[in-house]
Design a protein around this ligand. Structure first.
Ligand code: FPP
Length: 253
């Protein structure tokens, strides 16, 4: 970490932006249209925001596309969303690749159809060498799931005698999360007016700056993201230090 990352003078851009894209359903209902129409408009907003992040040289963009709790939605909405994910991957992977964007998925993909899992794996393999933006799609993801699967790996290693108890540090837990090689989010955005984290990246958000906006996801555009980034840049990040320590560079980061 450097002093620039703490925004003492409002300088640094977020390296990693994580977004809960909420409000598709309400956006459609306001137009007397079915919820599916809102999700389709949501995909258009995804395209705009991905392009903008790539232009702005954001390193990682994580989008919460489907939570582990979203299976509780009516069956026809879940199957519509699955169809939309598959169709979107089919139409977008080559474009992402041409733009040097690396695609990654986090979440428990074993519950998805074989065709969707195959497409996800293909998308990751095709784009793995790209080094502009990393686009992380959280699909069937939950922060608690992420921690449980990390603990399972750690406990397996302990049981096999490969990991002494005292080696369980924050760094070790980080290494077993689904985001292992990804920097923690600097800026979290939730659209749609709700002000909660909804089981998204619970461990990783420990020091993330939070930004909530009433804008519904399909209306969230480049200008909206610019406003969120400007709010982020105006904040001083302290990571437990005092403001004076940060301003006077009195601590080693
Ligand atoms: C939340 O809005 C949105 C979702 C659960 C799905 C998000 C999916 C997309 C934006 C489309 C696909 C994305 C990718 C990356 C392929 P909501 O339905 O909860 O809205 P509401 O709160 O107004 O009902």
């Amino acid at each position: 970490m450097s002093y620039d990352d703490l925004n003492p003078s409002g300088a640094a851009n977020p390296r990693h932006i994580a977004i809960i894209m909420d409000g598709n359903g309400r956006w459609a209902q306001q137009r007397f249209m079915p919820r599916a129409f809102g999700h389709q408009a949501g995909v258009k907003a995804v395209r705009k925001i991905v392009e903008y992040c790539a232009q702005q040289k954001v390193e990682v963009l994580t989008l919460f596309a489907f939570s582990s709790e979203n299976w509780r939605r009516p069956e026809d909405e879940v199957s519509m969303l699955m169809g939309l994910f598959l169709a979107t991957l089919q139409s977008e992977i080559n474009k992402l690749d041409r733009n040097n964007i690396r695609l990654r998925f986090i979440g428990n993909r074993s519950q998805f159809s074989e065709s969707l899992q195959k497409k996800m794996a293909e998308g990751e393999a095709q784009t793995q060498g790209n080094d502009a933006l990393t686009l992380v799609i959280a699909a069937n993801y939950g922060g608690r799931w992420d921690m449980c699967q990390a603990f399972q790996q750690v406990l397996d290693k302990m049981a096999a005698g490969r990991l002494p108890r005292q080696n369980i540090t924050e760094q070790l837990v980080n290494q077993h999360l689904s985001t292992t090689d990804i920097p923690e989010p600097d800026l979290f955005i939730r659209t749609g007016g709700e002000q909660r984290v909804s089981n998204f990246m619970l461990w990783q958000l420990a020091y993330t700056e939070m930004y909530f906006t009433p804008t519904l996801w399909p209306d969230f555009d480049e200008q909206s993201l610019e406003t969120a980034i400007t709010s982020f840049k105006g904040r001083q990040r302290r990571f437990g230090h005092t403001g004076e320590q940060i301003l006077n560079k009195l601590v080693t980061l």
